[in-house]
Write a protein that binds this ligand. Structure first.
Ligand code: EPS
Length: 408
């Protein structure tokens, strides 16, 4: 069992999202306001739909936090779905009541049979034997990413205590991408400056000219009744050496990060450092040469070698596909008889790439915090920090081999 874990529950239009976080050290300062700041960041971004005008995401702690700090018990929290007020009849856990006309009409109005290509609709309905696609959509929805961001915000508090910072920004939306020159300028920004530039942008892009092109691309897609995906990047400050491990497939940190990030709704791929561009280079051009004192001349590896952090900043990119729910519907199929119909459309985002950057940042924070708790251990924050300090003091100290001992 991993040192820390979190579970989420909740439907997009149910009463709330619920998060249970287990394995946190006691004594970690946790305040709703700190988590809420990340929830607000996730709700931002040009191209979001009308739903974000309804929601005011904020957490309510239900367990595990007392007087501003964790107690070591599981932390439970809730994020209200304000939109539930309009869905209470159709989303009720109570069985349908044929004598209640209003409720029957509300359920019928929310029932979905027209399958959307690209969504979980078809496979989910077949897998679980469901006759209403609503039961798939409600849980497959990216609304669940609000819960992930809350868990990631807790992870960030733990990382901060260890002196680890991270942020995210948008590299491309549709065909509007950072030019090579712009990408170079962004890569040269220190983490704080990158954070500031991304936070100030309507699309979390650190280059204003590229951001303007992205906004125009989103507007054009909205006018055309379609949607856009893109590429996001998560970057950290320097990390301790040796998070993760080379010794087994499921301990490799690159694999664990990839799983966590690709599990985000609509994210399709992940790369580290120079990523896919490495394929076209020679070995001379692909690696990060050492300087005297273990420094590096470059960070093409993105901070990971052999499935472990190497002390350089982590740099991860992820691609998001265009959202499958679109005003100009694709050809779908009827769940009942397979006949060709227009795919179902309901209110959706034109582009949620800026939000996906914040969610990817949360998942990366989670995996890094989990790896830190695993490496350093400790039931309280004080213990974890003491173990971390002891471990840092040992960097560069090697275990003597028996032969060396014998020779002494
Ligand atoms: C989503 C559909 C939309 C998005 C939702 C994800 O929901 P609705 O149908 O209620 O407008 O707004 O995202 C969120 C609610 C959110 O907070 O991110 C989907 O089908 O994935």
């Amino acid at each position: 069992m991993s040192a820390m874990r979190f579970l989420t529950a909740g439907e997009s239009h149910g009463p709330c999202l619920t998060v249970v976080v287990e394995g946190l050290p006691a004594g970690l300062p946790l305040q709703a306001a700190v988590l809420n700041a990340d929830l607000v960041r996730r709700q931002q971004g040009h191209g979001r739909g009308a739903r974000q005008l309804i929601e005011r995401d904020h957490v309510v702690f239900e367990a595990g936090v007392r007087l501003g700090v964790t107690t070591g018990a599981p932390v439970a929290l809730r994020i209200e779905n304000r939109d539930h007020a309009s869905w209470a009849l159709a989303m009720s856990p109570e069985p349908p009541d044929p004598s209640d006309d209003a409720r029957q009409a509300a359920i019928a109005e929310r029932t979905i049979a027209r399958l959307r290509p690209g969504h979980a609709d078809w496979a989910g309905a077949v897998k679980y034997g469901l006759s209403d696609v609503r039961d798939v959509l409600e849980r497959a929805s990216a609304r669940e990413t609000a819960a992930r961001v809350a868990a990631g915000a807790i992870a960030r508090v733990l990382l901060r205590a260890l002196g680890i910072e991270l942020t995210s920004h948008v590299v491309a939306i549709g065909a509007a991408a950072l030019s090579p020159r712009e990408a170079e300028a962004v890569a040269a920004l220190p983490l704080e400056a990158l954070r500031g530039a991304a936070e100030g942008s309507p699309v979390r892009c650190a280059q204003p000219e590229a951001a303007a092109r992205m906004v125009a691309a989103i507007d054009a897609a909205a006018a055309a009744g379609t949607s856009l995906g893109g590429v996001v990047e998560v970057r950290t400050g320097p990390l301790p050496v040796g998070l993760g491990s080379h010794v087994h497939w499921d301990r490799r940190l690159d694999g664990r990060l990839a799983q966590a990030v690709v599990s985000i709704q609509a994210l399709k791929g992940v790369s580290f450092g120079d990523g896919f561009a490495l394929a076209g280079r020679t070995g001379q051009e692909a690696h990060d040469e050492f300087e005297a004192g273990f420094g590096r001349r470059s960070n093409r590896a993105g901070g990971l070698e052999g499935g472990m952090t190497n002390g350089q900043p982590l740099c991860l990119q992820a691609v998001m596909k265009p959202i499958s729910t679109q005003a100009r519907s694709l050809r779908g199929a009827d769940l009942g008889d397979g006949s060709a119909v227009e795919a179902h459309f309901e209110r959706a985002d034109t582009c949620a790439v800026p939000a996906a950057a914040v969610v990817a940042e949360a998942m990366v924070a989670w995996v890094l915090a989990e790896a830190c708790v695993e490496k350093y251990g400790g039931d309280s924050l004080a213990e974890l920090l003491a173990h971390h300090a002891a471990s840092e003091a040992l960097v560069g100290v090697r275990v003597p081999r028996p032969a060396e001992d014998a020779g002494r």
